[in-house]
Write a protein that binds this ligand. Structure first.
Ligand code: PHE
Length: 476
């Protein structure tokens, strides 16, 4: 008999609504909030980007998150089979399951490069852990970070890591191994346990470091930077970027949410839960901006440093700040926790599918998929050194300049996630049986009509317009 995650979910589903919320918030809050969002805001001119992003979350992200949960809980299986079952029960072609397939593939590809970046985080936990320890042993635990080396050496640490394929691959392997171990341990004993421990710790650290930054850094300039809108920067490619970021940050279109939805008990009201999760994720992205920019601006560093912001600029800032060594360590631990609860959701989608499709045992499925994703990640890591000149989609204008990791990131984020979301919106908005959807959504009357209208009209229109003009800016 083929084991289904549904069957496993029966004994292994979330033990409470809170456990589900923590796991889903854990999936949503990750590198996207703390590494990608501040980077994008910094590069794309601040407030206008933030506003457009908020619009994407409220009008497209939140309604689609509910759609994912609805499909998952109605189908009670992995993303492909859940979609297939809902299609069947709605009397439409089972081919609609294709969006489930795109989602799982997207999640799997994201996992491969996500783990590489999370590996950098492990490296920095290691470095700043050693630094804090040596300061503490010297009797000065509240010193600045890396007191004995110059500023160039600190900002050069990232370059040193990137030059070394061995280091990059080792930390990537370590992160993937932890991810596989948690997913292999099961929904209840692995994923849920991890989320219920790591997420509260994450929030405590977030609050502490933000308060610290507000007092020691330049909070006023950070506020101005984050919220002063410059609408001239809001070009179609930037809008595409913002929409892609909303998908990425909310974990939409990547299989994880449908799969997590399948483990939710019948009595949980999905609509308010989806709203809670989307809003929490968005709040964390904004707070992460308010945690990072006061520190970066406070020591006069460039807020638009791009992906190096966290790994290059911040350690330099921590050098001169009070207790910088301790705060630096806590900061990287915080990112590590956030990344881990996301990566387990990225692996859970494909794992549930493999369990279902091939009847594999959970640990075997998790290990095989983790290994495959690890290998793709190795190519990403090599893209920083031996394969630095490789441009996988170099023939395509928008990817002409991007290395292996950025290409995978851009292709999944800008194309696969929105595409899956577009199909999901059409499916839930037009094809799926109205009564089935209504019963699962927890909405009724006007609220249900409004949600379905948004999913049926606004989401497909907005997503396809943004996709079209973002990918082919020449069309405008
Ligand atoms: N949402 C996660 C983040 O912001 C990344 C992610 C994307 C996780 C897609 C699951 C699915 O880091």
């Amino acid at each position: 008999m083929v084991a289904t995650p549904g069957a496993q979910g029966g004994e292994q589903g979330w033990s409470s609504r809170m456990a589900f919320i923590l796991a889903a918030v854990g999936a949503a809050v990750g590198l996207g909030n703390i590494w990608r969002f501040p980077t994008l805001v910094g590069e794309n001119g601040g407030g206008a980007f933030v506003l457009f992003y908020l619009g994407c979350v409220l009008l497209i992200g939140m309604p689609l998150m509910l759609s994912e949960f609805v499909v998952g809980r109605a189908g009670k299986s992995d993303a492909v089979q859940s979609a297939s079952r809902v299609a069947e029960r709605s009397g439409v072609s089972r081919r609609w399951r294709v969006f489930g397939g795109i989602e799982i593939l997207a999640g799997f590809l994201i996992l491969s490069f996500y783990s590489v970046v999370a590996g950098w985080v492990i490296y920095y936990v290691w470095l700043s852990g050693g630094d804090f320890l040596s300061n503490a042993l010297a009797g000065e635990p509240f010193r600045g970070a890396f007191p004995d080396i110059g500023q160039d050496a600190v900002s050069g640490m990232m370059g040193a890591l990137f030059e070394s394929p061995v280091r990059l691959i080792l930390v990537h392997a370590a992160f993937m191994a932890v991810t596989v171990w948690i997913v292999a341990s099961g929904v209840h004993d692995g994923i849920e346990k991890a989320a219920t421990w790591l997420m509260p710790a994450f929030f405590a650290l977030l609050v502490c470091i933000t308060i610290y930054g507000a007092f020691t850094g330049d909070f006023g300039r950070a506020l101005a930077f984050l919220f002063t809108p410059d609408f001239s920067k809001l070009t179609p490619p930037v809008m595409n970027e913002a929409l892609g970021q909303a998908f990425f940050s909310l974990s939409l279109g990547a299989g994880g949410l449908i799969t997590y939805g399948a483990y939710v008990a019948k009595d949980v009201n999905l609509a308010p839960t989806a709203a809670t999760i989307s809003l929490t994720d968005t709040a964390v992205a904004l707070v992460a901006g308010l945690m990072i920019f006061p520190i970066v601006l406070g020591v006069g560093l460039d807020p638009s440093a791009g992906p190096a912001l966290i790994f290059q600029s911040l350690p330099v800032a921590f050098q001169t700040m009070p207790a910088g060594s301790l705060i630096g360590l806590l900061f990287f631990i915080l990112i590590f926790f956030a990344a881990l609860t996301s990566s387990i959701s990225l692996l859970e989608g494909p794992t549930a599918w493999a369990i279902d499709r091939f009847g594999l045992r959970r640990p075997v499925a998790a290990m095989l998929l983790g290994l495959l994703a690890f290998l793709i990640g190795v190519a990403c890591a090599l893209g920083y050194n031996v394969w630095a000149d490789v441009r996988p989609l170099g023939f395509w204008g928008i990817f002409a300049e991007t290395d292996i990791l950025d290409t995978l990131d851009g292709f999944t984020g800008k194309i696969m996630l929105p595409l899956a979301g577009l199909l999901l919106a059409i499916f839930v908005g037009w094809k799926a049986d109205r009564r089935l959807i209504e019963a699962e959504s927890g909405l009724s009357g006007g609220a249900f009509a409004l949600w379905r209208f948004v999913v049926a009209w606004l989401c497909p229109a907005a997503v396809s317009l943004i996709l079209l003009f973002g990918l082919f800016p020449g069309l405008l």
